[in-house]
Write a protein that binds this ligand. Structure first.
Ligand code: GLY
Length: 403
């Protein structure tokens, strides 16, 4: 333990004794943060090299993680965040984001924001320029305009056409209740379809073939048609989380998303919720989530993981415990759990990291995460259950005309 950590621990212990509060002793971690580490969702790889250089050049850890977010938010072809994010059921893109700055122990968050693509930076602006932590909807948009963020229509032609394709094919099985957590919820009678890999390739191929003429009629480019159909058949949860630590052991985390595709207007997931979508504690570590937001909110996933690490659990174990809490909330009933999806990205202050997933994915598409510690790479997640989750809401029925 170095002198600073020793003083901090001594001060904590003295304060605990003075107030009579029993504080869980923080496990001493060796201060091995000799080089920066960034961890994020695998889709964030584009911005990682520049973010890593920012850390090397002494720039703030929050600016580095928000750079990774911004690159994806600016990319119209990433339909999980920012510009081109898949819209809600009304065809309107609503974005959520939050961030935490370890060194100053501050947080910012925005939810249900329309027309502003860089919501990660907007969350930071809330943190820096208001006395609040969270702004939502119209108020957040007005604040963004006041702060000089430019407004634009976030629904790209491509996302609009995928939304139309969904509208053309969507059934009464959608985000209207009952949800998977409802006691009256029952798995669909139809044979389930895997989210990542079709259980029956033949069946899926037939459904794709059926949708192709509909997609063509809507003007979806031939080279993008299959991908668009996949978005309709397997609605994505999107989202990027990024956590980073620099050479001095300073940490930050941020999460940005367009949320669930085809969600109800006004729905907020876990991404803007400090403690669920992202949590950073300068003394311990940082964690964030992508996946079933409703489930993650109920276990305060990112906070749970950081608290687990504070008690001495290594990153992987800390994340597995949060996943087990999700399973416990469903009485470990696999008929429910197969419809859920969750990945946690975990970084401890000493640079130790883990990516953990509820489902391991298939051999062809294992659940993975990106990490940069001088070498940028994608690694497989540790996981709770073998196999793939199933899409929920269920795959829409094809319209009679498309059959
Ligand atoms: N985890 C992203 C969402 O549920 O909105």
């Amino acid at each position: 333990m170095n002198r600073r950590d020793f003083l901090a621990t001594t001060a904590l212990t003295s304060a605990a004794v003075a107030t009579g509060i029993v504080t869980m002793a923080m496990t001493e971690q060796p201060a091995t943060y000799k080089r920066p580490v960034i961890i994020c969702k695998a889709t964030g790889v584009q911005g990682m090299d520049a973010a890593y250089d920012m850390l090397r050049n002494g720039q703030d850890t929050l600016d580095a993680v928000l750079h990774v977010c911004k690159v994806q938010e600016d990319d119209p072809n990433d339909d999980s965040v920012g510009l081109g994010g898949l819209p809600n059921e009304d065809g309107v893109v609503e974005l959520d984001a939050c961030c935490m700055h370890g060194p100053t122990r501050r947080a910012g968050s925005v939810g249900g924001v329309r027309n502003i693509k860089n919501v990660g930076l907007l969350a930071k602006a809330v943190m820096e320029h208001t006395g609040h932590v969270m702004l939502v909807a119209e108020g957040a948009e007005r604040f963004a305009t006041a702060m000089g963020f430019s407004k634009e229509n976030l629904l790209t032609e491509r996302s609009r056409k995928i939304w139309l394709l969904w509208k053309e094919t969507h059934s009464d099985k959608d985000w209207w209740g009952p949800g998977v957590a409802d006691p009256n919820w029952k798995p669909p009678v139809q044979a389930p379809r895997s989210r990542s890999v079709p259980q029956s390739g033949k069946d899926l191929e037939a459904r794709i073939r059926d949708l192709e003429p509909v997609a063509a009629e809507l003007g979806i480019e031939p080279e993008f048609r299959r991908e668009a159909i996949y978005r309709v058949l397997f609605p994505p949860t999107g989202t990027i989380h990024v956590s980073a630590v620099n050479e001095k052991g300073e940490m930050s985390g941020a999460t940005t998303t367009s949320g669930l595709a085809w969600k109800l207007a006004g729905r907020l997931g876990d991404s803007p919720i400090i403690g669920a979508g992202c949590y950073t504690d300068q003394d311990v570590g940082s964690a964030g989530a992508t996946g079933s937001g409703e489930e993650n909110i109920k276990v305060a996933g990112a906070h749970t993981i950081v608290e687990n690490m504070r008690k001495g659990m290594p990153p992987k174990e800390a994340g597995m415990d949060a996943l087990q809490r999700i399973a416990h909330n469903h009485n470990n009933d696999m008929a429910h759990l197969r419809y859920l999806d969750m990945v946690y990205y975990i970084l401890r202050k000493d640079g130790a990291y883990a990516g953990v997933a509820l489902w391991g994915g298939s051999a062809e598409h294992p659940r993975s995460f990106a990490v940069h510690d001088g070498t940028k790479r994608v690694e497989k997640c540790a996981y709770l259950f073998e196999g793939t989750s199933i899409d929920w809401p269920p795959t829409p029925r094809l319209p009679e005309t498309a059959k």
